[in-house]
Design a protein around this ligand. Sequence first.
Ligand code: SF4
Length: 567
Amino acid sequence: MDKLLRVNMTDLKVTDEPFPEEWTFLGGRGLTAKILLKEVDPTCDPLGPGNKVVIAPGVLSGSMAPTSGRMSVGAKSPLTGGIKEANSGGQAGQKLMRLGYRAIIVEGKAKDPEKRYLLVVNKQGYELKECPELKMLRTYAASEKLAETFSQRAAFILCGPAGELGLSGASVAFTDEGHRHPARHAARGGLGAAMGAKGLKAIAVDDEGTQARMPKDMKAFKELIARISKEYKAGPQLFQYGTSTTVPLANMMSTFPTRNRRMMQFDKADQLDGMKLVQNFATRGGGMHHCMTGCIVSCSNIIHDEAGQYVTSALEFETLALCGSNCEIGDLDKVAKIDRLCDDLGLDTIETGGAIGLAMDCGALPFGDADAAIALLDKLDKGDPLAETIGRGVVAVGKRFNAERVPAIRGQGIPAWEPRTLNATGITYATSAMGADHTAGLIVVPPNDAALASQNAQLINALCDSSGFCQFQQPTIEDIRTLYNLMYGGALTFEDAAELGWQCMVDEWEFNKRAGFGPEDNDLPAWMRTEAIPSNGAVFAVSKEEIMRVFERMPISDELRTMRAVG
Ligand code: SF4
């Protein structure tokens, strides 16, 4: 029988309880939303004992379904003050599900703020123990130290110094397949700070002695995943060389933030083209790999420097945009170093790049000065006040410098995908409980009905983020609901599965309403309605009435029946 694992950091007690049967089709993001709405006072201090950090694999994680081991982390966000879910690849999701745990709920707060704890979960059970040797270690050093103790099968979940310092741009790191680098992150919304505030430094998940979760209907399940894999391989495989190869397209479309979004095209965009990273594999080493077992997309690039030494992995489009062009840094190797530093400190690269770009705009350091940015970040865990402000994110930098033009929505820095150029994506940013988060529902091709397109994209992505599938696998609702039925012996219809995605959004909106958010918060910063992008003249031009349509469930459209999750 599946279980929930409850970790009380105040009493230092760990218990398990049966996973409610009525929640069988809840996992990942949908499960984090359900638990947070049920158990957390939305007005609580995000860094206080009343907040809870819920770590939940998807419904299909641990099974043979391809690319389905994603893991969600949810809590009240220290960055936005609302509910937040961020999900990550890496190995822990598959392993936790193979051990039969549908979620870990971390509650309370260590009484002694100087102490750090490690949770160990394996086939023998679970244990919470002190880990003074990991205190304030950067994530790579902490993972290496953990690797000395645990078997090669163990995966680690951990926060870096940014999380331990309570910085609201902090991420939760997950070790990846094979190398066990802490290079995969549930990055957005400061969830690393929520984890760090509890005194929980790391979780080790070892699935030694377990096997893949078996579907109720093995034959049909195997046939379906074979078809899904075949169709994927026969398709365009958009992410086979990673998201970083999107740079030329984004630049052409005027959605490549430059100089703190004063421009949306970068004159050195060709120097940040991810295909250069791919070409470098031949001389430097590295290559494409999958961050978790069972992924058939393999979008993760492993980046080496000129000397052939490993630097970082998964240098993504968003990182190249926010830490590169947005700061007018047109040098792949320098952006790779910033990415590594962010991963090592446990920081969200989108929030951090947005914060550095704004600090540059305010004159704190020169645009284009990569070395100054690297040196500043490197001081984050050494008590430097400006570095700490950067680690608190875009809004914190705006407050420090009294900036008028702050690129954030509901407290969260705006991703590369630009809402003035892509108005329908702007509707997602304005209405999603997640704030400015492209993974909530990205729309790149201008639709006929922008509000409907945003609602559909948000619904399918909420379901995808609950299933364990990676958005880059781009599953349909039909695929997800059929696999659910074959896995658990259910009888979900298409409408039932769509309702699971919608209910996740409703739970999140309800949490935010109880936290104090109102209709006035469902908009973009005023300057985005008046300041035109120089290269295409675009502004955000969606009426408030149109934005509000997203909150009313629209009838299931033909488009939703065939559309794919959007990564
Ligand atoms: S597609 Fe990329 S991000 Fe998704 S699981 Fe595979 S390697 Fe990880």
